[in-house]
Design a protein around this ligand. Sequence first.
Ligand code: CP
Length: 309
Amino acid sequence: MLKDKDLLGLQHLSADEINLILDGAVATKKFLEGDRKCSEVLKGRTLVTLFYENSTRTRTSFELAAKYLGANVVNISVATSSVQKGETLVDTGKTLDSMKVDFIAIRHPMAGAPALLAKNVAASVINGGDGMHEHPTQALLDIFTLKERYGKIEGLKVAILGDIKHSRVALSNLFGLTKLGAETYMYAPGTMLPKDIAALGAHVANSREEAVEGADAVMGLRIQLERMNGGLFPSAGEYAKYFGIDDGLMKYAKKGAIILHPGPVNRGVELPPALIDGETSFINRQVTNGLAVRMSILKLLDGYRGVRL
Ligand code: CP
């Protein structure tokens, strides 16, 4: 069982807890590959998705994960909810709690918002991405994808390239991969690299070739094109040339190395279309694995139902 009723990040999850989720996802992945995806494991439970930021993969994946396990799902559209009348996050959470929901999957622009919500509700809160802090289910699905490919995490070298400073995906992956014994190499424009990342266990490379040299997997991160006017890098074309992942760069990686990206991808910026759609790209598999991992998490957190505050 997980030690907390909530899943807020990988920083405070133990290696054993991460492995418990990954092991559970092996079974849920098999279930997903079956003919009909209907189970009664979560029958009578209710998941609410409460997303204050846009999402395609994460929100849909939570919804389908819960539905495939037999739960009820309610999606709250923040744009048309009482949040627009000034309701606080805690009041929104207490309102949902009063309706006896079991799980709340939340995405919020403020780091720490899921933790605040978790302290104030009996429902299990799952972080679907909070500001520049953590995106634990994304990192867990990335790690699951690596484990599926290599049979282990310990000893792997994972290169992460892109907007690391603004990336909750990079931080959650760093916490999770380090706990399981992988080495993480990061490379980004100076404006996109947090100063303290090495203190958290990342190797900061001096070139993208150094980051990728001998890597088992190369992960691109989404460049937030909306930030370009902020002068973080000169142009999308220059970013692709000096910081992107291309065929030439992948020659430095281990033979058979895989390409990961949390999506959505800016085609031609982080990666060229030929690599996104090529054989070494595991991007679509990551999406499937996201479902398996979220199903595993819901099943584990279900152990807390009946434990009310
Ligand atoms: N990877 C990810 O978080 O994608 P969405 O923003 O579509 O949820």
